[in-house]
Design a protein around this ligand. Structure first.
Ligand code: ADP
Ligand code: MG
Length: 486
């Protein structure tokens, strides 16, 4: 399947994404069943989850709070009054025969996600809505060769669905959008963002149109991408497929397609004609919800700083590069650790270098996260100060002091340097005395250095290090050698 640049350039792609995120609540959305991935199949299923007659759902308030958090993070309007709706359909993994969702009154409307476009410029992707609903169970087709197995542990797990406007133009923008959403839900601690385990799922709606066309083309919905990379690949494939079909004189029909990652292809699942009619109606067993502005404010007060805010702070206020700011803000715990170092030092760049250098290497080496890293952030700031004030060199800090700080987290870097006799000699009078002695002992070299033989600096440094037993601060030492001899 080949598409020339000329033909590709005749078309614009239009993409809208629907993302489902499983909420990290302890119990399910409308029952006290445990919400946990990977439990023994069909163990977290009470009669409520199974929808037995006479059972009643009960709202898990945490789900509402988590949805509000996401709404605040995306600058959405949060509805004061809302209710749930029943979405009716029959499927073996849906024991109630309906899903409790929100139809006409989603908890959040409007808002946006900030991403980078293909040129690296900031772009707003508008959100249509975020609503709360429940997950269905899981049909497992690949364990038993003859039967489909059903695991209902997932039935009733709380979800939010985040629906974007069709503002996304390229597969890379889609990639950046999903990455941003995953980062946000992780910062907010409302979803683990794991696409492989399907706790974050993305359906992509894709259409193409001629660049000067006024109306969007018919959209195709692609499902089953289990990584952000696959979302990108599926969209890229689908754009190509649709353009080639149109160039071939075919019309694109509205349908749902399945993505096969191994073949990197999409294939038709069902057409619009075969689509369900869900017969939505208000859920009679759950009370409507009212959310006060006080409640929204109390949630706002608990929220961590968000990646975008931190990114702007680091690039605009702290003068860090975009590269550094991106690395720091990719992961909330790294960003918060950084925030805690810079409470105690203004050497922002040194703090990045320690975090992204020695600390990251330690985390990689021992396959641990920053939350398991033994050194307190303020100790790193103290280490930076020791280097700044010339008490120890960068090398010594990294090779000697840092490992000892990990060994004994009770000791400050200053104590470690003192206990081991590592404090550099930066007392200028002492150093000048040494230099005078060296000049007396080496008149010939002194004369040559005076006459401009710069390479003798190494010789004098060597002598000075010997006399100071290796503790001369190299920067001060070289300045003093120049000054004293000349
Ligand atoms: P449906 O009724 O099929 O669910 P919606 O209007 O609710 O369709 O839109 C679902 C998603 O599809 C949204 O993310 C929306 O932005 C996107 N979308 C709508 N129209 C198009 C289109 N022509 N091309 C691409 N995406 C679209
Ligand atoms: Mg829809």
């Amino acid at each position: 399947m080949e598409l020339s640049k000329e033909i590709r350039n005749k078309y614009t792609a239009v993409i809208g994404l629907e993302i489902h995120a499983q909420m990290l609540t302890k119990s399910k959305a409308y029952s006290s069943d445990i919400n946990e991935y990977g439990a023994i199949p069909n163990t977290n299923v009470s009669p409520i989850t199974l929808g037995h007659p006479g059972t009643l759902p009960k709202m898990n308030k945490k789900t509402i709070d988590y949805a509000i958090k996401m709404g605040i993070a995306c600058n959405c309007n949060i509805a004061e009054h809302q209710h749930f709706a029943r979405k009716n359909y029959f499927y073996p993994d849906l024991p109630k025969g309906y899903q409790i969702t929100q139809d006409t009154t989603p908890i959040c409307t409007g808002g946006y996600i900030l991403i980078n476009d293909d040129e690296g410029n900031e772009k707003k992707i508008a959100l249509t809505r975020i609503h709360m609903e429940e997950d269905a169970g899981k049909s497992i087709h690949d364990i038993d060769p003859f039967n489909t197995l059903i695991d209902l542990n997932r039935a009733g797990v709380p979800l939010i669905e985040i629906v974007s406007e069709p503002d996304i133009k390229t597969s890379q923008e889609a990639y950046n959008y999903v990455t941003e959403i995953r980062k946000l839900v992780r910062y907010l601690d409302i979803c683990d963002g794991n696409m492989e385990e399907a706790s974050l799922r993305c359906d992509a709606n894709i259409s193409v149109m001629l660049k000067d066309a006024k109306a969007f083309g018919a959209k195709v919905e692609v499902k089953n991408m289990n990584s952000i990379r696959n979302v990108k690949n599926a969209i890229e494939y689908e754009i190509k497929r649709q353009i080639l079909a149109i160039e071939n004189g075919e019309t694109i029909s509205q349908e749902t397609r399945n993505y096969d990652a191994l073949k990197n292809e999409t294939s038709a699942m069902r057409t619009k004609e075969a689509a369900n009619d869900y017969r939505y109606f208000p859920e009679p067993d759950l009370q409507p919800i009212k959310i006060s502005s006080e409640h929204i404010n109390s949630i706002k007060a608990e929220m961590p700083p968000l990646p975008n805010y931190l990114f702007k702070k680091y690039t605009n206020d702290l003068g860090l590069t975009e590269y550094d700011a991106r690395n720091l803000t990719d992961n909330k715990d790294i960003a918060l650790y950084y925030e805690n170092i810079i409470k105690h030092t203004q050497n922002y760049k040194a703090a990045v270098n320690w975090l992204m250098g020695d600390i990251k290497s330690y985390l990689n080496k021992y396959a641990v996260t920053i939350s398991e890293f033994p050194i307190l952030p303020e100790r790193i700031a103290e280490l930076i100060k020791l280097i700044e004030t010339g008490k120890i060199s960068n090398n010594l800090a990294s090779q000697k002091v840092f490992p000892k700080m990990i060994e004994d987290t009770k000791l400050t870097p200053l104590q470690i340097a003192e206990n081991n006799n590592w404090i550099q000699e930066s007392n200028e009078d002492n150093l000048i005395n040494y230099i005078n002695e060296i000049m007396n002992e080496n008149p010939e070299e002194t004369e040559r250095f005076k006459n401009g033989e710069k390479k003798l600096m190494g010789f004098f440094m060597g002598q000075l290090m010997k006399k100071s037993k290796g503790k001369a601060d190299p920067k001060t030492a070289s300045q003093l050698i120049n000054k004293t001899i000349k």
